[in-house]
Write a protein of this length. Structure first.
Length: 302
């Protein structure tokens, strides 16, 4: 132990002893309470971490089906007539002849300058035009995100991907169990036709896949696309599944009941054009449909 540390410790002890008795007792009790509070804070934070780790995640609303079921027999107006505006309300100060002449003159000058700029043979002007076009050109991902938020102003990508994770086991199990009614609720017409065709072929062949899902990873964003003027979100995730197929008599024909595979999926989710009225009577943002499901690989775990 260094001499400086010992000297400092003796100065702290001597300074404390030089205090009046009631102040020394108060100082000692304050230090004891501070130590106790530190221990309690450490133990409580440790308990909170254990609490979060043990308890399951709270259920989230579906990203595909929306926050509420669609209501039936909802009629919307197809009238697009505009309300008439009185002629007296149309007149403004800019309708005065002076402002009309000024506006016309300014437009002529602006058109002339624009024409000279576009018709210029200067290499510098051409380089500036090319740089400006590339700088202000919107990427496909930015265009898709802008379209998503124009349809749903409260859209949050992180929240959306978390909700997709809750949809994953529902759709995968429905596909493996042959539940066509669930597939029709979550998928687009193209996917419904494809998945129901696969389910029909499996039933005709007498094959029954094991629908057990052991674990689902977090859903990650891969890309944003535009398809047929509709935004597409491409996401990826993995599932730990039992690779076992039986016949109608329960005999294993492929894999095994203890054979675990990690399966890598791509999902393409397409946003609907308009919102809807739910059974709760509220207007909800557009729902999403599973447009494409692709298995991009798998490997044997156990």
């Amino acid at each position: 132990m260094s001499l400086l540390f010992v000297a400092a410790s003796r100065r702290r002890i001597s300074s404390r002893n030089s205090l009046p008795l009631f102040l020394r007792e108060y100082t000692a009790s304050s230090e004891s309470e501070s130590n106790e509070n530190t221990k309690e804070a450490t133990s409580s934070s440790f308990l909170r971490e254990m609490y979060k780790a043990v308890l399951p995640e709270p259920p989230r609303a579906s990203a595909i089906r929306g926050a509420s079921e669609k209501a039936d027999n909802i009629q919307t107006s197809d009238r697009t007539d505009m309300a008439p505006i009185a002629d007296s309300d149309k007149k403004t100060i800019y309708d005065h002849p002076f402002f009309q002449r000024l506006r016309s003159k300014g437009k002529d000058v602006a058109d002339a300058m624009k024409e000279r700029w576009e018709m210029s043979d200067s290499p510098l002007v051409h380089r500036i035009q090319d740089a400006s076009d590339s700088f202000f050109q919107e990427s496909e991902a930015a265009q898709a995100l802008r379209e998503i938020r124009s349809r749903d102003v409260g859209f949050d990508m992180v929240e959306f991907l978390q909700r997709v994770k809750s949809d994953v086991p529902v759709v995968i199990k429905a596909y493996l169990q042959g539940k066509e009614d669930v597939i029709k609720e979550y998928c687009s017409l193209e996917m419904i036709e494809r998945l129901t065709g696969i389910i029909k072929a499996q039933k005709e062949a007498g094959l029954v896949p094991d629908p057990t899902l052991l674990d689902t990873s977090e859903v990650e964003l891969v890309d944003l696309k535009m398809l047929d003027d509709s935004p597409i979100i491409v996401a990826q995730f993995t599932c730990q599944q039992i690779n076992c197929t039986r016949d109608t008599h329960g005999n294993v024909v492929e894999g095994g009941p203890e054979e675990v595979h990690r399966v890598y999926y791509y999902w393409a989710l397409q946003q609907e054009e308009a919102g809807y009225i739910g059974q709760d009577g509220k207007h909800h943002p557009p729902r999403w449909q599973l447009r494409e499901m692709l298995i991009r690989g798998m490997h044997h775990l156990l």
